[in-house]
Design a protein around this ligand. Structure first.
Ligand code: NAG
Length: 127
């Protein structure tokens, strides 16, 4: 059996807008094709109904919107990600992990989680 190893680059990104903050653990996730992975994302905000956004950035192209979540499973998911990408926002734990099922080679990318619908200009790589 041929085992294809997929590397998902995952950098930490901190976006501050007022007191709001998003924390992604700096981490490379290595998984095999067909696996299921969960990318963590926790946040701090005074907003009682925060929206969380997940983006995928492949190479040098612009970050691509995957999904947004507000309270539980509510939110929007882009059609092309509906089948294998999911997230549930837990307001108690202040987390919205992204779950990717049946990994494909094309899933290799940098994934961002953000409290605002754009990630332009505020990203930096982990130390
Ligand atoms: C949030 O996470 C906690 C701890 O895992 C769990 O007990 C709780 O039921 C979750 N809340 C929701 C709304 O899923």
């Amino acid at each position: 059996m041929v085992y294809v190893v997929i590397l998902i680059l995952f950098y930490s990104i901190f976006i501050y807008i007022g007191e709001d903050k998003v924390m992604q653990p700096p981490e490379d996730v290595v998984a095999a094709e067909g696996d299921t992975v969960t990318l963590d994302c926790t946040f701090q905000t005074s907003d009682p109904s925060p929206y969380l956004f997940w983006y995928k950035q492949d190479g040098t192209s612009r970050p691509q919107f995957i999904l947004s979540r507000v309270k539980g499973d509510k939110g929007k998911t882009e059609d092309e990600f509906k089948e294998r990408f999911s997230s549930t926002l837990n307001s108690t734990m202040k987390s919205a992990p992204l779950k990717i099922q049946e990994l494909q080679l094309s899933d290799s990318a940098v994934y961002y989680c953000a409290l605002r619908p754009t990630v332009t200009g505020s990203s930096r790589s982990a130390h």
